[in-house]
Design a protein around this ligand. Structure first.
Ligand code: ATP
Ligand code: MG
Length: 215
């Protein structure tokens, strides 16, 4: 995809960053809903490298999280996956993700960063926060159990932030991992191919993460 439908209109690129350990239908519905509401041409899912906010738990190998993201998004023509965060050494910061995507895609691209509303409320604590709003528009999706409150984002620039309710999907990666560890099903919480990949690789079974895959 190199040009948008209307000549001269910038390519509208949704950016969904996440650990995706594993990717689930909450992520996919959020990407789809935001794409419809904002007329996005593409939504790129960007699995994190080292998740600096999640150092208190073992995160699955980046290649497993990348593969699961590819498997889950393959059937949607508007969904793509980027390796920028996986391939950048060091911790993953959203400001670097947005800069790398701008550098790759050129100036005729408008970025729409999609995030949970809970994460959005704490955005000013993110690394490089002062630059973030120059790089992208931010869309905060409501998530079940976290009520949407305009006051939570009143400290953010109004023209750069939009709150949006996505159909209430009480799905989280944490719950999916706990279900697998307890032997409970995750069918229909995640795409079928993700259930298969988790089984094939033995993810989330014990307390520890499997070794990275042999080439
Ligand atoms: P974990 O439970 O490990 O924190 P998660 O389910 O929150 O995982 P992440 O990979 O941390 O998944 O989330 C990536 C992005 O998707 C974040 O911006 C998060 O707020 C958002 N998100 C997560 N779950 C949902 C959901 N059910 N609906 C909408 N957005 C979601
Ligand atoms: Mg999360």
């Amino acid at each position: 995809p190199l040009a948008s439908n209307e000549p001269g209109r910038p390519w509208r690129l949704g950016v969904m960053g996440g650990t995706f350990d594993p990717i689930h239908h909450g992520h996919l519905v959020a990407g789809s809903e935001v794409a419809a509401k904002f007329g996005l041409d593409e939504v790129v899912f960007v699995p994190t490298g080292t998740p600096w906010q999640k150092k208190n738990r073992v995160v699955s190998p980046a290649e497993d999280r990348y593969l699961m993201t590819v498997i889950a998004t393959a059937s949607n023509p508007k969904f793509t996956v980027s390796r920028v965060d996986i391939e950048r050494p060091g911790d993953t910061y959203t400001v670097d993700t947005l800069k790398d995507l701008h550098a790759q895609r050129g100036t005729e691209t408008d970025l729409y960063f999609i995030t949970g509303a809970d994460a959005l409320a704490s955005i000013l604590t993110w690394h490089g926060a002062d630059e973030l709003f120059e790089l992208a528009h931010f869309i905060g999706c409501s998530r079940p159990g976290v009520p949407l409150d305009e006051r939570d984002i009143s400290h953010l620039p109004a023209d750069k932030v939009t709150l949006m309710e996505v159909p209430a999907l009480a799905i989280s990666s944490t719950d999916c991992r706990e279900r697998v560890a307890e032997g409970l099903p995750i069918w229909y919480l995640v795409p079928d191919g993700i259930v298969q990949h988790i089984n094939k690789r033995g993810l989330y079974r014990g307390g520890s993460s499997p070794e990275p895959k042999e080439p």
